[in-house]
Design a protein around this ligand. Structure first.
Ligand code: CMP
Length: 139
């Protein structure tokens, strides 16, 4: 089925000017960027986004990192977009990521891993709605 997923190009990647190279990977995989904007979050805004991780030991560090520089939030659309995006990103820890994936090529560590992608249709819907209104999704 055609799906939509929420993607974030993280501060480690925007700092190194990698937005275009990461977007090229998405587009080469057949994902269409149907919404995109560059924002800078506060730690509290990042904390709400990552609320599911609030009991994890790295939560504070994660929120501070996500607020440390601009991010690019985007909605990717395509056939099986959620799984396809996760395939293009590679494993969370770049040490485990397959060759050619975004995290294998660009990520610096498990925390500073260049991209985020939704993990399921339900979370994709919630995550998209956190950053975008329906009018901003131009499929
Ligand atoms: P992401 O897909 O954005 O979802 C939660 C994030 O937490 C994850 O990517 C990682 O960047 C981060 N994360 C996961 N494990 C760790 C860890 N052990 N230390 C720091 N950050 C982590």
């Amino acid at each position: 089925a055609v799906e939509r997923t929420l993607s974030i190009i993280k501060p480690d990647a925007t700092r190194r000017n990698l937005t275009g190279r990461i977007n090229a990977k998405f587009e080469e995989a057949g994902l269409r960027i149907i919404a995109q904007k560059r924002i800078q979050m506060t730690p509290a805004q990042a904390g709400t986004f990552y609320a599911v991780h609030k009991e994890r030991p790295f939560y504070g560090e994660l929120c501070d990192f996500m607020a440390s520089a601009p991010v690019v939030v985007q909605v990717l659309e395509g056939e099986s977009a959620i799984a396809k995006n996760r395939e293009v990103m590679g494993a969370t820890n770049p040490a485990d990521a397959a060759a050619g994936t975004i995290r294998a090529e660009f990520a610096e560590s498990v925390g500073e891993n260049s991209v985020h992608g939704s993990d399921a249709p339900e979370t994709a819907a919630v995550e998209i709605a956190y950053f975008f209104s329906g009018l901003e999704l131009v499929g």
